[in-house]
Every structure is written in C-alpha cells, then in structure tokens.
Design a protein around this ligand. Structure first.
Ligand code: NAD
Length: 252
C-alpha cells in the first residue's frame, strides 16, 4: 500500500516514522504540509526518504491511501480531489465529516472509502456490537475534561463546564479539539443525538474522556485518561497510537 500523509505535525510525523520503522507495512509515497518547515523537519528524521509533494494533488496522485492529519479544511480539499482521483481517505480530523455531511454521502456515490481510527477513546467495540441490532442504542454521552490551556482558557482557577450540547455543535465550536465526539457520534447514534459536555479543570494534566452508553441491552461507561503528545498538547498520545494501529491493520 502506498500512503501519502497530509499534515506533518504531531500525528502525521508519528505515522511517517511508524512507516519508516516498518511498524506499518506500507510505502510512504508522499508528504505534504502547508508549512514547509514541518515537511523539512519530518524529512530529516526519516531513513527512507519519501517524495516531498509539490501540492495536495501531487501527494494524492502518487498513493493508494491518503492519510489526513491536518485540519477540517484539509479534509474538505482532499475530499474534492478524491471525487476525481478516487483515492481512499484515512481521516484524523473526524469532526470534518460532521461539519461537511456531504463527504460521507458522496464517498459512497463516487465509490471511495473513508476510514477513521478510534482516537483517544475506548469502548467502540461495545458500540459496534450494539449496532448489530438497529435502533437499540438509546443515548450516548461524552464528558471530556481538559486542562484549561489546551482549550485556550488562560485565567481559569476552578473546574467549570464550558460547553454542553450535541456533537454537531461541539465540532463546529472546537474544530481542533473534540474529534473524539465525532468518532463516537459516527459510530453510534449520529451527531444530532450524541450529547457532549466539555469541562476545563486547572488541576488536571491529562485529557479525560468519559463515555456513557444506554441501550436496550444494558448500560456501559468507559473512562480514558490520556497523556498529551509532546509535540502537540491538544493531541492525546493514545490518538496517535490508535491511528498507527488502525493503519497497521489496514495495510497488513
Ligand atoms: N481523531 C482523533 O481522535 C484526533 C485526536 C487528536 C487530533 N486530531 C486531529 O488530527 C489533526 C492533526 O493533529 P496534530 O496533533 O498532528 O496537529 P498539528 O497541529 O501538530 O499538525 C497539523 C499539521 O497540519 C498542517 N495543515 C493544516 N491545514 C493543512 C492543509 N489544509 N493542508 C496541508 N497541511 C495542513 C499544519 O501546518 C500542521 O503542520 C488535527 O485536525 C486534530 O484536531 C484527531
């Protein structure tokens, strides 16, 4: 499998290194970022040098699977090109699939696949099992607690709820911070029905995600306390590992 990585930040670089170390059995066909310093830094750390793509189209043309690790805008641009180039897409900025619902609809019509990893949460195996029988999940709630800085709050001295609403509203308000709610919503009852609460707490250093699922077949809760990645404190290290693990499976 030939992979091109779009976005050479914390996640994109870690995936590229995992390909370089043969943890993911794939060929790194291209790397692309809007910021050339990010490309150069990643390139210098790789033993097997990939092509530095001139632009997004070039990166996409040279691969079988496009791995997006960039932004909601990037997902939109990749999707537009994929309608012609028919490339499968592995998406990290999962919130984009909710903000632009046409992406999932048209991918089916134009016959290319969209994948996303479990990210910084656990429990999707239980949700997938519940999905075997239709309409049995009654409610899904995510409570995410983060250090105030990671959401841009500078003067916060005590724990407070800063958002309560649907997953659809959450990914629009926090496009770079709450992709896990999109992953959860797309895997369960959709973005309009999945409830999200975001809390900031100056006493914590980890990103905490608590999920409650109520269904006809019982109730379960999961709790994840994630160490942030060193390169990007907004990104949990588990999200990086989940992407590497999913790509390893996809390419094996
Ligand atoms: N699915 C999940 O659970 C999960 C978890 C953490 C982060 N994310 C998302 O994954 C994405 C990458 O995260 P990260 O920690 O690597 O971020 P990062 O900020 O470290 O890196 C993102 C890189 O993408 C580049 N970029 C942005 N827009 C681009 C575009 N249109 N074309 C090309 N390059 C572009 C930036 O220059 C930057 O180098 C973010 O959107 C983030 O919100 C998802």
């Amino acid at each position: 499998m030939r992979i091109s990585i779009i976005g050479c930040g914390a996640i994109g670089s870690a995936i590229a290194r995992a390909i370089d170390k043969k943890i993911i059995p794939a060929k790194l066909a291209g790397i692309y970022d809007l910021d050339s310093s990010k490309i150069n830094k990643l390139y210098s750390h790789l033993k097997t040098k990939p092509t530095i793509s001139k632009n997004l189209r070039d990166a996409m043309k040279s691969c079988d699977l496009v791995v997006e690790c960039a932004s909601q805008n990037a997902v939109k641009e990749i999707f537009k090109l994929s309608c012609n180039l028919k490339k499968d897409i592995f998406v990290l900025t999962v919130g984009a699939l909710i903000v632009h619902p046409e992406i999932l609809k048209k991918a089916k019509k134009y016959n290319f696949k969209i994948y996303f990893p479990s990210g910084a949460i656990v429990g999707l195996d239980g949700i997938n099992a519940l999905n075997i029988e239709k309409n049995k999940i009654k409610s899904v709630t995510l409570t995410t607690t983060k250090p105030p800085k990671s959401l841009g709050f500078k003067k916060c001295i005590k724990r407070k709820v800063v958002f309560y609403g649907t997953a659809e509203e959450a990914v629009k308000k926090y496009p770079a911070n709450i992709n896990v709610c999109a992953t959860l919503a797309l895997s369960s009852i959709g973005a309009k029905r999945t409830k999200v609460q975001i809390v900031v707490d100056p006493k914590i250093k980890s990103n905490k995600h608590e999920i409650e699922v109520i269904s006809d077949f019982g109730r379960f809760t999961t709790k994840t306390e994630n160490v942030p990645s060193k390169e990007n404190p907004r990104t949990s290290y588990l999200a990086i590992l989940s992407a590497i693990s999913a790509l390893k499976q996809l390419c094996s």
